[in-house]
Design a protein around this ligand. Structure first.
Ligand code: FAD
Ligand code: 2HG
Ligand code: ZN
Length: 488
């Protein structure tokens, strides 16, 4: 834990009493309530995030099963002015899912029912707490799949995905959740249930209210139900991995790939040499360097289509063509033949975040940056940090989304001051985004202005005030506190 809030607890919020706990036990029954008094370890895990960077001091966890229970909880909390943190799978990377001080955690862990599936339209309706990987397993035998895929799919909840507008590895193919989510049911701070759980693709009846909840990170309402449009499961998935000399070549390869594999392309992911070294160093499954020689840059291309032979042939021909060209863009390349090989190649990309965690303290930046500047910030940071830390870059080239990560054996204020505010100011100058896909949480409210105008932030505040006048939903997150605004 090395995050220290630079603002005090908001004293408008009440402190939890025994009567409050008894009320919640009455609503949920004893099994739906975990208290620090009765189960300190149980509560501790809800207070700490996946990175172990953020640690709150909440003493109560509520685990409702139904929308009506969520509504009763919020109505009471709003009247009593008790602050609430919604929590899904707790895999968020910006500290949004855990208390900052003593907020009550409302977990969707027991809201895990898949309610309805239409096998003609592919529309699925489920409770917010369904684990993404479980939803995928439910859909696959029916010939469908989820339109988003993340390394955290074994733990993250669909409600958490919608609340963060998670991007992930296949956004390039299926687009963002703003397009794939057809409906949302949510509970407002005062307990009002907003039923926008439409299953329609077209519905232009005024403001599209559900969009407000997508990416609102638990600050506008608690998502209780999600209606998702799911695509057919591809019949054939192929993966190729390339080693390249320069980042210029990575960009050229992206253009060529779109031109030559466009209609079957489902991912174009990038890792640099430093990232691969971390994966190999920390692998528990014996991950190895993909090629005999080491290269500065690597690209993973995935295709998904309806004919294995056809796609395989297309990919092989593409690889042969690239290798055969004078001044080839690629130094080496391989196409996976079997499922196990596909998995090993994917794990060279997907295991980077976990490998980084084993290095000590990790300073994580998730930025949208134009492709012509994509890798420059990694090189600048290497220059600035020198041997005080390890700087790596990887991410979703297809979406211009760089994951810049820096690690040091333990949290080092000097390293930190070499990174921030520099990275945010640099991103702002390129008109990039300080959060491409992970959200703002408690990590970035103070730099929201780097990517949003004053007027836009003001409008966000007005929306928050209209939907949660007492500010009980996920306080200190997304919108800057008064203290943070004074610093700017
Ligand atoms: P949590 O972490 O529990 O919560 C995240 C935020 O949403 C919090 O602010 C919380 O208050 C709010 N929230 C949760 N549930 C609800 C709800 N029902 N109603 C209202 N608010 C709610 N993210 C990407 O975008 N792309 C990636 O490729 C990606 N890969 C990852 C890989 C790893 C290994 C890890 C650990 C994380 C990754 N993430 C990625 C980040 C994270 O997994 C996503 O942000 C995910 O969508 C969070 O889901 P969750 O259920 O864990 O939410
Ligand atoms: C990914 O794409 C995730 O692997 C995590 O978004 C990124 O660790 C990160 O910075
Ligand atoms: Zn990512």
């Amino acid at each position: 834990n090395y995050f220290q809030a630079k603002f005090p607890r908001d004293e408008r919020f009440s402190k939890l009493t025994g009567d409050d706990v008894n009320f919640f036990k009455g609503v949920l029954g004893p099994s739906g309530v975990i208290t620090a008094e009765e189960d300190a370890d149980g509560v501790a895990s809800y207070n700490t995030d996946w990175m172990k960077k953020y640690k709150g001091n909440g003493s109560l966890v509520l685990r409702p099963k139904t929308t009506e229970q969520v509504s009763e909880i919020l109505k009471y909390a709003n009247e009593r002015k008790l602050a609430i943190v919604p929590q899904g799978g707790n895999t968020g990377l910006v500290g949004g899912s855990v208390p900052v001080f003593d907020e009550v955690v409302l977990s969707t862990a027991l809201m895990s029912h898949i309610e309805e599936f239409d096998d003609v339209s592919g529309v699925v309706t489920c409770q917010a707490g369904v684990v993404l990987g479980n939803l995928e397993s439910f859909l696959h035998p029916k010939g469908y799949t989820v339109p988003l895929d993340l390394g955290a799919k074994g733990s993250c909840h669909i409600g958490g995905n919608v609340a963060t507008n998670a991007g992930g590895l296949r956004l390039l193919r299926y687009g963002s959740l703003h397009g794939n989510v057809l409906g949302v049911e949510a509970v407002l701070a005062d307990g009002t249930i907003i039923d926008c759980a439409s299953t329609l693709r077209k519905d232009n009846t005024g403001y599209d209210i559900k969009q407000l909840f997508i990416g609102s990170e638990g600050t506008l309402g608690i998502i209780t139900k999600v209606v998702l449009l799911t695509p057919p499961k591809p019949q054939a998935v192929n993966v190729a991995f390339f080693g390249l000399r320069t980042f210029e070549d990575v960009k050229k390869l992206f253009t060529r790939t779109k031109q030559e594999l466009g209609e079957i392309l489902s991912a174009f992911e990038f890792v640099d040499r430093g990232s691969i070294e971390l994966v190999v160093k920390h692998s528990k499954t014996g991950a190895r360097d993909p090629f005999g020689d080491a290269y500065p840059f690597y690209v993973l291309i995935e295709t998904s289509g309806s004919s294995k032979e056809h796609d395989e042939e297309k990919l092989n021909t593409f690889l042969e063509k690239l290798l055969g060209e004078e001044d080839s863009l690629i130094c080496d390349g391989t196409v996976a033949q079997q499922t196990s090989q596909i998995q090993s190649l994917w794990s060279l990309r997907e295991s980077v975040p976990e490998s980084l965690q084993r290095e000590g303290a990790v300073y994580k930046y998730d930025i949208s940056i134009p492709l012509n500047k994509f890798y420059e910030i990694v090189e600048i940071m290497r220059e600035r940090i020198g041997d005080k830390g390890n700087v790596v870059g990887y991410g979703h080239i297809g979406d211009s989304n760089l994951h810049l990560n820096i690690s040091s054996p333990k949290f080092d204020p000097e390293v930190y001051s070499l990174i921030e505010p520099y990275v945010y100011e640099y991103t702002s100058k390129q008109r990039g985004s300080v959060s491409a896909e992970h959200g703002i949480g408690v990590m970035k409210p103070h730099v929201l202005h780097c990517s949003k105008s004053h007027a836009a932030i003001q409008l966000m505040k007005n929306v928050k005030k209209a939907m949660d006048p007492n500010g009980i939903l996920n306080p200190y997150k997304v919108l800057p506190t008064h203290e943070e605004e004074k610093i700017n």
